[in-house]
Design a protein around this ligand. Structure first.
Ligand SMILES: [Mg+2]
Length: 209
């Protein structure tokens, strides 16, 4: 593995740091009475509301389009999000953010989706407010290659990253997996059970000689 002098740590948002399913259910549940449809119907419609990315980055749930079809404006949705609690980060995400802060290190967000919808999620993640956030509809491997052509680093995501550039390591969060950091180190790709593994792995791969 090639080691970069300034390795970048990238974190995915949806289902990595952010409990997307719980947020979506809460938002649809809060908006349902305003648009006169049951929350159960809205939630059941979600799988049919995925659209293909216009930039090749895979499909995503187009929440704004889904709700606008029922007459909700973006401002209606935004007002509803503003009423939601600030508690959609997974517990291990909150721990990772604390560990980053305590060690004065930086991570950046790399999230796939439509800009307005992703910005609404960030609005209910106050602890992420200080982090640089990259929102893209491109494939993440391509985005990384273009954005950090001379760096290596690690990306933590709940999906495998296709075409990950040379010098980068993909780490997949799968909260039902289990292996110790020692078991993980010898592998070429990683699947971790908790974000608690992120900084120890990053240090072993990129900062310890
Ligand atoms: Mg994700």
């Amino acid at each position: 593995m090639s080691v970069s002098p300034n390795p970048v740590l990238l974190l995915d948002l949806d289902r990595t740091l952010f409990d997307t399913d719980r947020y979506t259910a809460a938002l649809l549940g809060a908006l349902a009475p305003q648009i006169g449809v049951s929350a159960e119907i809205l939630i059941a419609e979600v799988p049919g509301q995925y659209v293909a990315s216009s930039h090749g980055g895979g499909s995503y749930y187009d929440m704004i389009r889904h709700l606008q079809a029922y007459g909700a404006s973006f401002d209606d949705i935004k007002r509803c999000v503003a009423e939601l609690p600030n508690d959609y980060l997974f517990p291990d995400a909150a721990s990772l953010l604390n560990a980053l802060r305590a060690s004065r290190r930086e991570a950046q967000l790399l999230t796939h989706g439509e800009h307005k919808a992703q910005s609404l999620k960030l609005a209910v993640c106050q602890p992420l407010g200080h982090m640089a956030a990259h929102i893209t509809l491109q494939p993440k491997g391509l985005y990384i290659a273009n954005k950090w052509p001379n760096s290596g680093g690690m990306i933590v995501d709940d999906k495998d990253i296709a075409d990950i550039p040379e010098g980068w390591t993909g780490v997949r969060i799968n909260r039902s997996a289990s292996a110790s950091v020692e078991e993980l180190i010898g592998r070429m790709s990683f699947q971790i059970a908790s974000l608690d593994y992120v900084l120890p792995l990053f240090d072993r791969l990129y900062t310890e000689s």
